[in-house]
Write a protein that binds this ligand. Structure first.
Ligand code: GLY
Length: 377
């Protein structure tokens, strides 16, 4: 990837990574057993104590494995292993687990097993994959989202969880995981993706027959709007499914979502609003959408012709530079690198803050641009 960048661009990527590295190193040394999510007054409280099953709880593991892979420094590996062991407590809370088990265990146990094969880690990965496969509804051919008696709900975020099913088929030789994943992906393509490349966050179907019932409001502005992190999940999620399945429809869907994202983010200085179809005021950004979309564009760039690559690489770089310039905090004494993250449009808590997944995708994007990442999806 790095030979595609101009010297000045590569210099920016390397210098930015050095600042990210310094900050993550300081965080790693003081983190202990805490699981980070959103810092409060510059300090990460333990998100594991608040909710061990929270979907975000694997990202610190992903950051640690990426950093260990890139630098060989042992403290990152130790931190990743501590988190992996701690998440075993989540398997004991069956009712707390959900469709996001991919986010939780792809970056912890499965990453561990990819980097240094380990039978205990692999078993954890299979437990998670089997829980995810168990959410499949054959009537409507989808993986149901969340719990709380919502059996007909499916969401775009789940595109980032299906790689756990591809991994499980590859590792076990059992085609069922992948077959479920593909059917789910086709259902999302049919029900969530719109003609302009944008996506709904949620669709609700009748769980008895799969008939479409509703598009409720999700984490964006309203039903029918365009939550930017949801668009980012679509870009990266369909591109990853293409990498694993080589179904051309997945790549076309990822590209259409990327074009939609780039045109909309360009209207606000390459920094995405929380929702591209929200009212003009108040202006609220989501930096996490920018960095996740950037990773998706870099993934797309590795599957397209030479002629097309610059659109996606330069698109990713534009999002990264604008977002980092506006929101990065390089103070090694405070927790959280990338401010400007927003959990949801209508939730007053979790706006304009650093969020752990923003830092994960920022680190992954920079490492990718330097050819120093490890693919964890
Ligand atoms: N998966 C939930 C989110 O993107 O906030």
């Amino acid at each position: 990837m790095k030979e595609k960048l101009l010297p000045e661009q590569l210099q920016w990527v390397e210098a930015t990574f050095e600042k990210v590295r310094a900050k993550l190193h300081a965080e790693c040394l003081r983190m202990g057993d805490r699981i980070p999510n959103i810092p409060v007054n510059g300090v990460y409280p333990d998100n594991g104590a608040a909710d061990l099953c929270d979907w975000v709880n694997g990202f610190w593991g992903g950051i640690m494995w990426q950093m260990y892979h890139a630098t060989g420094e042992k403290e990152y590996r130790d931190a990743a292993l501590r988190l992996e062991a701690r998440l075993d407590g989540a398997f004991d809370q069956f009712n707390g687990l959900h469709h996001d088990v991919g986010f939780m265990w792809l970056h912890t146990a499965v990453a561990h097993d990819r980097i240094e094969p380990d039978s205990r880690a692999k078993t954890r990965g299979f437990h998670a994959a089997t829980l995810l496969a168990g959410r499949y509804n054959p009537n409507g051919e989808y993986l149901s989202a969340w719990n709380e008696n919502r059996p007909g709900w499916m969401i775009i975020d789940s595109m980032m969880n299906v790689p756990l099913l591809y991994w499980a088929t590859r590792e076990s030789g059992d085609p069922r995981y992948e077959a479920i994943a593909r059917r789910h992906v086709h259902t999302l393509m049919r029900l969530l993706v719109r003609d302009d490349g944008s996506v709904h966050h949620i669709a609700v179907v009748d769980p008895e027959n799969g008939e479409l019932l509703d598009y409720p409001e999700g984490q964006g502005y309203a039903s029918g709007s365009s939550w930017s992190r949801g668009q980012a999940w679509a870009i990266y999620g369909f591109a990853i499914s293409y990498r694993h399945q080589k179904d051309a429809r997945y790549l076309e869907t990822a590209k259409a979502a990327a074009h939609y994202f780039l045109s909309n983010a360009a209207q606000t200085g390459n920094i995405p609003l929380v929702d591209f179809r929200a009212p003009a005021e108040p202006v609220e950004y989501d930096s996490t959408a920018a960095v996740c979309a950037a990773c998706g564009m870099l993934e797309i760039s590795s599957h397209v012709t030479e002629y097309e690559k610059p659109l996606y690489i330069q698109g990713a770089l534009g999002l990264l530079r604008s977002t980092v310039e506006k929101f990065a905090d390089w103070d090694t004494d405070t927790d959280g690198v990338l401010g400007g993250g927003t959990v949801a449009y209508h939730r007053p808590e979790g706006k304009n803050v650093p969020i752990i997944y923003g830092d994960y995708f920022l680190a992954e994007a920079l490492l990718r641009l330097m050819d120093r990442d490890i693919f964890l999806w």
